[in-house]
Design a binder for this molecule. Structure first.
Ligand SMILES: [Zn+2]
Length: 422
């Protein structure tokens, strides 16, 4: 049932919780009005926020939870985890893919997420016909989650290396085959709850000239573009050896970067590269829980923020699905790294605004979705926070957003509305 208006006890507007706000929802699933009211709340123990936007997910990796966590060799890292992931890839069929994706997406909604950017590179089942692409759209539809299918192009197993056995299932074949598949998918997505985006998996998986061609066509089609960038030092070393510069250097040299481009991770990005990258308007997506799980390292969040960078957040490997924890670790990782508090602060010393923006508006903009903020014309996607949740008891109203981000768990999330519907 669609709700015509919501009067929550507290509504997150322009970086503060406000009382006495009525949010009107139009038949088109967008916010039709935001006004002050003296009417009693319709939701008197609820705080209303924009729905969380998960800008980077590989849903199938949810099936790896707990599985790559026995350590028998002395040095275990991202690359040994990748072997476990490839084992899983070879087991997947359409039924298991669907089941796992539905499971992951349900968990996302319970964690307050209303949109997922599914960075999708596992295209083929044993028949090799892009069949998993529709499965992701079907899984999101089943859960009612808004999805941007970030469809990945992947053609090499490493720089100048052929695809390995498991990687055959990622094979983008050629740009012609990729775009033919995108054209086919474009006729199946509804353009509202389901949209497409373009991905070059990484500099390991796509040579620079093809990244540039792919990116140019994405600009012609006005589609967002995402790419894994500089998660691992080994990738940077291999890139320097092959191309004489860093992956970010390759992007700056070969692409017309703009604000439709999002680099995922940037864990080890050189500060000078980062300054040039951010000056183009391009964005950064961090996946703090996954980066911690994989032992990637920590991106220079204060440096990115100081340069005006817009950071969004993703659950990536889905080893844990919690936007509250992603926000928390974005700040806490930097506290541990720099032995200082308040790394993600704005000019007023507020971290709650910066972290909630990363979880909402920045993710929405990165995915090209008109959500992420409670204002007229935006999608009526909300997360409802339970003010009676035990983890929020005895918190002052002015501290509520910080308490939510740093102290609350999923039990504080009473539900989500997408296009105004539960
Ligand atoms: Zn990823």
């Amino acid at each position: 049932m669609s709700q015509e208006s919501i009067r929550a006890a507290l509504t997150w507007i322009d970086g503060d919780f406000r009382r006495g706000i009525e949010v009107g929802i139009g038949d088109d699933g967008r916010i039709a009005s935001v006004s002050e009211t003296s009417e009693p709340p319709t939701h008197d123990r609820i705080a209303l926020l924009p729905g969380f936007v998960n800008a980077h997910s590989h849903a199938f990796q949810r099936a790896l939870r707990g599985r790559g966590e026995r350590f028998e060799r002395p040095a275990e890292n991202f690359w040994s985890w990748r072997e476990a992931m490839y084992e899983l890839v070879e087991e997947m069929d359409r039924d298991s893919m669907k089941r796992i994706a539905v499971q992951a997406y349900r968990e996302m909604r319970r964690a307050g997420m209303t949109t997922v950017g599914e960075f999708h590179y596992l295209h083929h089942d044993s028949r090799g016909d892009w069949g998993f692409d529709e499965v992701m759209l079907e899984a999101a539809a089943e859960v009612g989650l808004r999805i941007v299918l970030l469809n990945a192009f992947y053609v090499s197993g490493g720089i100048d290396e052929p695809l390995g056995p498991a990687q055959q299932r990622f094979d983008g074949r050629s740009l012609e085959a990729y775009w033919a598949n995108m054209d086919r998918l474009q006729t199946t997505v509804d353009g509202d709850r389901q949209r497409l985006g373009v991905v070059a998996h990484s500099i390991r998986a796509v040579p620079p000239n093809l990244v540039a061609d792919l990116h140019e066509e994405s600009r012609v089609r006005s589609l967002v573009f995402h790419m894994h960038v500089e998660e691992q030092l080994a990738e940077i070393e291999a890139c320097r050896e092959a191309y004489g510069t860093t992956p970010t250097g390759v992007l700056l040299e070969h692409l017309h970067l703009d604000d439709r481009f999002t680099a995922v991770h940037d864990t080890h990005t050189d500060p000078a590269d980062m300054a040039r990258y951010l000056a183009t308007g391009a964005r950064v997506c961090l996946c703090p829980l996954t980066e911690a799980n994989l032992g990637d390292g920590l991106a220079d969040v204060p440096g990115i923020l100081a340069a005006g960078g817009r950071i969004c957040l993703g659950s990536d490997s889905n080893a844990r699905i919690s936007m509250l924890e992603e926000m928390r670790l974005m700040e806490y990782g930097q506290r541990l790294r720099g032995q200082q508090r308040g790394a993600c602060r704005d000019a007023h010393g507020r971290i709650d605004r910066v972290l909630l923006d990363a979880a909402t508006i920045n993710g929405a903009e990165s995915l090209g979705v008109a959500a992420g903020r409670i204002e007229i014309g935006r999608l009526a996607d909300f997360v409802l926070v339970d003010l009676d949740a035990p983890t929020l008891q005895d918190c002052r109203e002015e501290d509520l957003a910080s308490a939510l981000v740093l102290g609350a768990a999923e039990e504080a999330i009473a539900g989500t509305l997408i296009a105004g519907r539960p």
